[in-house]
Design a protein around this ligand. Structure first.
Ligand SMILES: Cc1cc2nc3c(=O)[nH]c(=O)nc-3n(C[C@H](O)[C@H](O)[C@H](O)COP(=O)(O)OP(=O)(O)OC[C@H]3O[C@@H](n4cnc5c(N)ncnc54)[C@H](O)[C@@H]3O)c2cc1C
Ligand SMILES: *[C@@H]1O[C@H](CO)[C@@H](O)[C@H](O)[C@H]1NC(C)=O
Ligand SMILES: *[C@@H]1O[C@H](CO)[C@@H](O)[C@H](O)[C@H]1NC(C)=O
Length: 345
């Protein structure tokens, strides 16, 4: 593959572990495998596919200002690289299997014009414009401000198994295991820490906090456009005819159970935004704890002599920005490997 390199020329290929099989760990593993030859890569996680927080996400590409890297420049690079990573999949013949689709999105607000703007992506997406008077009436009465833009959505229920299949087909290994500490990983030359909120428990990262989310999955095959309203109200179509309705954003809540009051509020707000949803069949209700950290942590650390590259804390924007952070994490990791095995190169 163009751009791939052989890292180690000796007999022994380096052993690399990617901890975490959510959208971040899976994307790190994919990019790593595409970049290097002759390395032995294992994904280790206690939860896979539909058991991850990633699988709860609607997966729409729409970062907000609470998603931050160490500097504005880094944040911008992550968002830009992520956008093009998803565009490449969208334009490929694999887009359906990977769960990547594109659609138009309306954001309406009764309260604030700025809620409908997004300076992080206005120059990136193909269309981002103010709505006209007629469009303000699409979703019933009372909307004062609105924008329309084009974006992509990544359905992790497809993306995660799609990555896993090709990763295994290309020689990657997958192990289901809960990791208590680094001492259980001594055989690896490099470890990527993509454990999301799990990083909080592995040791104590006090900067990492959960932001609880809750959603409905409903059958709405007719829905081809996404809609946002005030108070974290959103309606996002899915490629399989199943739409995601949300949501809530509860800071520092660890409750993993569906809350009936949240459910009632979400449904009421969504039906108000789009009355056609009134009788839509509910397929599932889910809760996820977004791993929020400012800034998102993408950096190296040597822990108990193990070379670690952290990549966690993506909050509500891990699907959007997994690729950009993963590209940086992989570069940091490969530099670490090279600098510590000069004799082998
Ligand atoms: C309701 C809701 C809606 C959302 N909507 C969007 C959206 O539209 N767009 C968007 O970009 N983002 C969205 N998000 C945010 C997104 O889901 C997260 O940012 C993203 O899933 C984080 O991915 P991750 O890979 O870091 O974590 P996870 O998906 O949680 O994966 C963590 C992995 O690490 C493993 N792990 C953790 N600890 C250990 C351990 N000690 N040993 C072994 N394995 C371990 C887990 O088993 C798992 O495989 C939403 C989230 C919620 C809850
Ligand atoms: C955005 O990313 C693409 C692809 O990764 C790259 O070619 C381009 O130079 C980047 N643009 C900016 C402004 O960083
Ligand atoms: C992942 O990062 C967290 C936070 O720094 C740390 O506590 C944990 O030990 C790390 N785990 C691994 C295996 O890298």
């Amino acid at each position: 593959m163009i751009g791939s390199e052989t890292i180690i020329m000796g007999k022994e290929s380096p052993k690399i572990a990617v901890l975490g099989a959510g959208v971040v760990g899976s994307t790190v593993a994919k990019i790593l495998q595409e970049q290097v030859r002759n390395v032995d890569i294992t994904i280790i996680a206690d939860n896979f596919r539909e058991e991850t927080v990633s699988a709860v996400a609607a997966g729409i590409f729409r970062p907000s200002t609470s998603f931050r890297g160490a500097t504005a420049e880094i944040t911008k690079r992550w968002i830009n690289n992520s956008w093009y990573f998803w565009q490449d999949i969208l334009k490929s013949s694999e887009s359906a299997q990977a769960g990547v689709i594109s659609f138009g999105t309306y954001i309406f607000s009764k309260e604030n014009y700025h809620n409908t703007r997004n300076h992080l992506i206005e120059d990136l997406v193909p269309i981002y414009r103010a709505v006209d008077e007629n469009e303000l009436k699409i979703c019933g009465e009372g909307w004062k401000y609105g924008s329309y833009f084009n974006t992509v959505k990544i359905g992790c229920d497809n993306y995660l198994p799609w990555v896993e299949r090709s990763f295994v087909a290309n020689g990657g290994k997958v192990v289901q295991k809960y990791i208590n500490s680094f001492s259980s990983l001594p055989e690896y030359d490099l470890v990527f820490n993509c454990t999301g909120l799990g990083a909080k428990y592995l040791c104590n990262d006090h900067d990492l906090v959960p932001i609880r989310g809750q959603i409905f999955k409903v059958k709405a095959p007719w829905l081809k456009t996404a809609f946002y309203g005030d108070y974290d109200t959103y309606i996002i179509p899915g490629h399989d005819g199943v739409a995601t309705l949300g949501g809530v954003r509860q800071y520092n809540s660890y409750n993993r159970d569906v809350c009936k009051y949240d459910a009632a509020a979400i449904m009421e707000r969504c039906v108000q935004l789009l009355p056609a949803l009134k009788n839509a069949e509910v397929v599932a209700q889910k809760v996820g704890l977004r791993p929020h950290r400012v800034p998102v942590r993408v950096e190296r650390e040597i822990i108990d002599r193990v070379k670690v590259v952290h990549c966690y804390g993506h909050g509500g924007y891990g699907v959007t920005c997994a690729p950009g952070t993963a590209i940086d994490a992989v570069n940091i990791g490969l530099d670490l490997l090279r600098s510590n095995s000069k004799s082998k190169l």
